[in-house]
Design a protein around this ligand. Structure first.
Ligand SMILES: Nc1ncnc2c1ncn2[C@@H]1O[C@H](COP(=O)(O)OP(=O)(O)OP(=O)(O)O)[C@@H](O)[C@H]1O
Ligand SMILES: [Mg+2]
Length: 429
């Protein structure tokens, strides 16, 4: 059974040539379901044909369990082999070319092709995530928080395979439901995973953890982008009006508007945690617009402003109140490159921290600072909206920016403040 999944042919359904792996996954899914159904029928026959004495019944049950286990084991092994096989295949990266190929409103054929591509890519990414988790040492996989992530990806695989192929793919509301569910289910995976790795970090070499996380988190970003892009295109195609967006991509986002929104949000968080806020001043580039993925830039700006605001608030003393002093932002566009400098005066980053600040799970937050009591009113599980403490902010910003050929550089003047340079490359639109 496994051999047929390694062939490289291409299948035709509905007159269209389709990428092989959707068809193969579909076949595997059907085969597994069929085998399980056959197994159930065989078991029922075995039971009714066996003798009715209790001794014979026990023997029949034992044989039944052995048979069920063997079949079940075979099915599981086949799925695992398949996951490994697909995990090793190269995945087409989610580039700007991919994101701008179909523009709203999408024709039916375009929507169909996008659906196939999205499902195929999500399947490949899911297999890669599962394979990487399963390749981690036993002690790591045993961690309950990491096991939650593993189960979640298994569930995603199951959901993706449950789509009735090819007609289910044409059902837009079923696709939308599935991708919305995927985004909901994976919303908190970063918190779960970061907790898990914080717990196992001391038993497992740092380099291996970072290698795993670098790939895992980039793949997670790509998966979420694929789902969000699909849902946005679907929505934009329904509206049929003039659009600023191509799926998840904004054609010309006014950067200062986004900065103001993010600053407001960060100040809300700071107010809850510290009872203080920090002003932000845009020194130059108030009118700059740029084509980019707003959710990604929003993430990066939020993390950087959270760090700067924390430095201003925690660095304030009786003699100098830094919460009055604005964080300064400069925005510059040069053709299809956008540069943003965020300058704070929060005292800079200590040299011993500078070496480690891009490490996963590295944070100088050790305990609750100036607890205002307001956090008691936060819903449990909402601690992702905290100002700091997970130690994932900076490495995640790098991952987001590097995905669209951008970069993040930090220059700190210890005792004075920190400059963060964000660079983004835009798509040629
Ligand atoms: N602007 C800054 N000024 C001073 N220290 C900073 C600044 N930015 C980052 N740091 C230091 O770098 C560390 C790592 O930052 P990072 O954003 O990755 O994690 P964090 O803020 O501790 O937690 P979170 O994952 O919630 O962002 C911080 O704990 C802090 O000590
Ligand atoms: Mg941070």
């Amino acid at each position: 059974m496994y051999r047929c999944f390694t062939s490289t042919g291409r299948g035709k359904i509905g007159g269209r040539v389709l990428p092989l792996h959707t068809r193969l996954f579909y076949q595997l899914n059907k085969k597994c379901l069929k085998e399980t159904a056959l197994q159930r029928q065989r078991c029922a026959r075995f039971r009714s044909s066996s003798n009715t004495t209790s001794n014979n019944n026990n023997k029949a049950d034992d044989e039944l369990i052995a048979m069920a286990f063997e079949k079940h084991y075979k099915i599981r092994s086949n799925i695992e082999l398949l996951i490994q096989d697909y995990a090793r295949k190269p995945i087409q990266p989610v580039t700007f070319d991919f994101l701008t190929k179909y523009r709203p409103p999408l024709k039916d054929t375009e929507m169909y092709m996008l659906s196939i591509k999205t499902i195929n890519l999500l399947l490949s990414y899911t297999c890669r995530q599962l394979d990487a988790i399963q390749a981690l040492p036993y002690i790591v996989v045993l961690n309950p928080n990491i096991e939650i992530s593993n189960s979640l990806y298994l569930r995603t695989l199951e959901t993706l395979l449950s789509i009735d192929y090819p007609y289910g793919i044409q059902n837009r509301s079923a696709m939308a439901r599935m991708l919305t569910q995927f985004l909901d289910e994976h919303q908190d995976t970063l918190v779960t995973l970061s907790r898990g790795f914080q717990e196992v970090m001391e038993f497992y070499p740092k380099e291996s953890v970072f290698k795993f996380l670098n790939q895992h988190l980039r793949d997670r970003i790509a998966m979420k982008l694929l789902a969000r892009h699909y849902l946005s295109l679907l929505d934009q195609s329904k509206r049929k009006g003039p659009e600023n967006m191509i799926g998840a991509l904004h054609k010309n986002l006014k950067i200062s508007d986004l900065i103001r929104q993010v600053s407001e949000y960060v100040n809300d968080l700071c107010f809850v945690k510290y009872d203080h806020t920090v002003p932000v001043s845009i020194l130059s580039g108030d009118d700059v617009s740029f084509p980019c993925i707003p959710t990604h830039l929003e993430y990066v700006l939020t993390e950087i402003l959270k760090n700067s605001s924390r430095a201003h608030i925690e660095g304030s003393t009786a003699d100098s109140d830094l919460t009055e002093k604005p964080i300064e932002i400069t925005v510059v566009r040069c053709d299809n490159e956008l540069q943003i400098r965020i300058r704070d005066f929060g005292g800079g980053i200590p040299p011993n921290v500078e070496d480690k600040m891009f490490d996963y799970s590295y944070s100088t937050v050790t305990e609750k600072t100036n607890d205002t009591g307001a956090e008691a009113y936060m819903i449990p599980g909402e601690d992702i909206n905290n100002v700091s403490g997970m130690g994932f902010g900076l490495p995640m910003c790098r991952a987001y920016l590097e995905m669209s050929s951008g970069s993040l550089e930090i220059q700190s003047l210890w005792g004075w403040g920190t400059d963060v340079y964000i660079k983004l490359t835009g798509p040629p639109l």
